[in-house]
Design a protein around this ligand. Sequence first.
Ligand SMILES: C[S@@+](CC[C@H](N)C(=O)[O-])C[C@H]1O[C@@H](n2cnc3c(N)ncnc32)[C@H](O)[C@@H]1O
Length: 166
Amino acid sequence: MNWIILILFLFLGTSAYAGLRAAPWFPTWSRDLDRFFKLADIKPGQKFYDLGCGDGKIVFAAAKTGAQAVGFEISLLPYLIAKTRSFFVKNAEIEFRDFWNADISNADIVYLFLTPKVNPKAKLRLEKELKKGARVIAYTWPIEDWPIAKEDLRPGQPPMYLYIIQ
Ligand SMILES: C[S@@+](CC[C@H](N)C(=O)[O-])C[C@H]1O[C@@H](n2cnc3c(N)ncnc32)[C@H](O)[C@@H]1O
């Protein structure tokens, strides 16, 4: 019984912490994967990061196209799901790590599904760290003040934006 309470506490506690650090777990819709592929334009061998990867859906999708795909997650339940799934997907790596402290300077493509509140902080970080030409995809919430390279707007579906680091 004590174990169950402890596990529940860990799941709920880390989930609340993730919500405070950046965003709660809310997965990208599977039907939006095609839109992601179009904007990401992934080439085999490219380095891909999902900042807050949830159950790893986007990481595995990127890995299956040949990218070296990495997802960071600090909420225990989605992390365990993603980590378990990663054993069956080549080129996919899931790390239990706060993405604010992770080195992403070698990224070719970064995926963000966070919140309007933390996107400005993420923007500063990405401007400082990413190389020229790196592609950033933001789902649902745009990155304010960055020129949009491409956007995918569809009625009834969350918008998706592509930015290219200048
Ligand atoms: C809106 S969900 C997006 C999940 C996934 N990227 C997707 O599109 O399906 C945001 C995720 O970020 C995780 N998260 C929030 N803050 C984080 C942090 N500082 N480091 C790592 N993961 C974080 C949350 O636990 C949550 O799973």
